[in-house]
Design a protein around this ligand. Sequence first.
Ligand SMILES: [Zn+2]
Length: 353
Amino acid sequence: MEFHEGAAAATGDGVLDFSRLNLSTLNVDSVSDERKHDTKQMYLNNNRLVSLPSSICLFSNLEFLDISNNGLTTLSEGITRLTKLRTLLAKNNRLNEYSLPKEFGSLHLEVLNFSGNRFEEIPLQCTQMLRLQSLSLGGNRLKSIPPEIENLTSLELLYLGGNLINAIPPEVANLPFLTYLVLCDNRIQSVPPQLTRLNSLRSLSLHNNLLTYLPREILSLVHLQELSLRGNPLVVRFVKEMTYDPPSLLELAGRTIKSRNIPYHPHELPDNLLHYLDLASKCPNPKCAGVYFDSCVRHIKFVDFCGKYRLPLMHYLCSPECTSPCSSNPQSDAESEDESSVPADRLQRVLLG
Ligand SMILES: [Zn+2]
């Protein structure tokens, strides 16, 4: 099917709107060379295209391309010659990781939307786009997030809701500008404590997953304003594990030196012991002045957020005795912990139920 330029809505300079024309092929012969050269935005969404033909590369100054809501199964090599393309919207097609040209990662995209497709993994080409600020792959069949995600150091928005993801790799924490992280409607069972390094994070969407607790470190996400947790078993089921290996003699000695502030000098001890003593962690129980090294108890404690919400946070205590003030019933576990209370003005929305 051939379309005529007259059929396209002339919405302004540099814009070609071929959306909703029932197109099954793209024939651009009727578009003048000058128009091709001048086109910066092209809308091909809501048609019946099965593949994006190489003739797209004739629009060499294209900055924005919307090919959403077609039946696309492949993107041709031609797209990789659109060196000025910054935004590619390809929502709701039939694309998977085999649909993309090998050199797709050489595009200088800032916004890429592949939501509503058939990707089973995040294509490696996507992790090569170092200028990417917004990556959306919601509503696909993703089972995991590759560690290479950490290459996308310009990323501000990562939308991966509605997939089959069962874990968050710690490499996600290496995205310094990440502001919106959407991982709702997946199968995630835990949040890595490293996420606390996401200093720019303002919104964390984790609803409808399989979370039973949050790492205590989540309290240090100082810019977090929105946290959605509804539809997780964490509020319903209280988890408490009491597996505890007795501390070694080395650990007991180390604990004594640290908790009683026994002085020591670098020349008195071998390097490995000095290093070991540096690894001491302070027991987070405010009623305990102790430290621990390798031997500790994993403990889930409900903590008040903003005076309204109680979140199950995981932390490690120095010994099983340290948990005695805490009850296994979250409702009666009402003691307040000054160090873990959160200023009410910080989290503006916590969606639990
Ligand atoms: Zn303790």
